[in-house]
Design a protein around this ligand. Structure first.
Ligand SMILES: [Zn+2]
Length: 435
């Protein structure tokens, strides 16, 4: 048994501890340990301390051979023999295990990594470690905050993306609460998350940033929200504003949907049902013309024939396509022609939804065309939005914005995680060879 325990200490990799006993059952591995310290000086006067008493504390460490591990640390209490000394007794400590914590430092770091980097649910990680939810969330806050606050996490940014995500869906007591994500479009990382999506929220954020850093930003890509346009002023007035293609097309798609729903309702007197001609083609209508195959086209024409007597939906479809066409070219001059053509024909249309889209496009004309001039788009932000959504899904919604922000930044904020050793691959497959 003695030799085995020596090997155990080798594997434990916690210098300063020796293993007294190993027990295991199907649920967990229990290692009883004590420190190797035998000669200790008083923390105050330095007199050689006397052992006072022992108390066992349970700590969760990294799991071992697929089982949760419990360290039972038989902690020593020392006593100062000097009667005049103010320090009467004290408990020993160890660098790998902070006082009064449930998780060893390395286990806390690992749970933080699992929740942050891998976006795993806190409850799942807690279950695996055999601790409670609060313990893991505490570890995420304790170890994650310095990683997020790290000065080097966000470098110089030349292209900034601003995008909103919903943070809390509406309930009886409040409306939908939004959060604004700020993204480095080149490095593809979330710089920060701000609660709210108003101009003031954004302005508060920009005013709290280093002016030197803001000066370096050349391009800002946003969706077509007036609040963002207003919020970027005055701190980012120098940057070129770009309306993100994804959002411009979304404006057109929403207009398309609105017209379809209205016409559907006027024709049938109810909301879309499975068998309704326009409801059946609702997705085809949103598909880009160049991606429609022949059966798709036929279905669309058939649906329009039956459900769209006044050609309003057809008009909306054509208007939507005219907006999409702006992005079929890379040439700024051609894009300008196409956009102006789209705007003027939409302005002349009899359908109110199409005319209202024309107004939006006119208001954002410069920003829309800036996409072709700068080549910047919020594409990466939309990808990051997926990451954000993954965090949100795994949290089953958040109530605490600070937690939410922390977890989004840990997952998608370009955090440098402490290096973990990479084990060499064994039994790798050789490439097949005909020789
Ligand atoms: Zn003392």
């Amino acid at each position: 048994m003695h030799e085995g325990i020596c090997f155990g200490e080798e594997m434990l990799q916690l210098p300063g501890f020796k293993i007294l006993d190993v027990k295991h059952d199907p649920e967990e591995m229990i290692l009883t340990v004590e420190t190797t310290a035998s000669v200790v000086g008083c923390t105050a006067c330095g007199t050689r301390a006397k052992p006072h008493e022992r108390r066992a504390v349970s700590i969760r460490d990294l799991s071992c051979f697929g089982r949760a591990t419990r360290l039972v640390w038989v902690k020593r209490r020392w006593r100062c023999p000097d009667a005049d000394c103010e320090t009467k007794t004290w408990t020993e400590s160890h660098v790998g295990i902070e006082p009064r914590v449930v998780l060893s430092t390395r286990a806390a770091m690992e749970s933080c990594r699992q929740v942050g980097e891998l976006a795993r649910p806190v409850a799942k990680v807690a279950e695996e470690f055999g601790v409670c939810w609060n313990t893991v969330m505490g570890a995420v806050e304790h170890h994650g905050t310095p990683l997020v606050e790290d000065q080097h996490r966000v470098g110089e940014v030349t292209k900034l993306g601003v995008d909103e995500t919903s943070f809390l869906s509406a309930t009886r007591h409040h409306r939908t609460i939004y959060a604004t994500g700020l993204v480095d479009l080149d490095a593809k990382i979330v710089i920060d998350m701000v609660k709210g999506n108003s101009a003031k929220d954004l302005r508060n954020w920009t005013s709290s940033q280093d002016p030197k850093w803001l000066e370096g930003i050349e391009v800002v890509a946003t969706d077509l929200a007036e609040s963002f346009r207003a919020g970027l002023s005055p701190h980012l007035d120098h940057a070129t504003r770009v309306a993100d293609p994804f959002h411009v097309v979304r404006v057109a798609n929403r207009m398309m949907d609105k017209v379809r729903r209205r016409v559907q309702n006027e024709q049938l007197g109810h909301r879309g049902r499975k068998a309704d001609p326009l409801f059946k083609i609702r997705k085809v209508l949103l598909t880009g013309a160049e991606r429609l195959d022949e059966p798709g086209q036929n279905r669309m024409l058939l649906g329009l024939r039956f459900g769209d007597p006044n050609d309003e939906v057809l008009g909306a479809w054509l208007a939507k396509e005219s907006v999409r066409e702006v992005y079929l070219t890379d040439d700024p001059a051609i894009a300008e022609l196409l956009l102006d053509k789209a705007i003027s024909s939409c302005q002349a249309d009899s359908v109110p939804e199409i005319r209202s889209m024309a107004k939006t496009l006119q208001r954002w004309r410069t920003e829309i065309l800036n996409h072709h001039r700068t080549g910047a788009s919020n594409g990466p932000t939309e990808g990051l939005n997926l990451c954000v959504k993954r965090v949100k899904r795994c949290g089953h919604g958040f109530s605490n914005f600070e937690n939410y922000r922390l977890r989004v930044l840990l997952h998608a904020g370009g955090v440098t995680w402490p290096k973990r050793p990479r084990p060499p691959k064994i039994r790798t497959r050789e490439p097949y060879s005909d020789a």
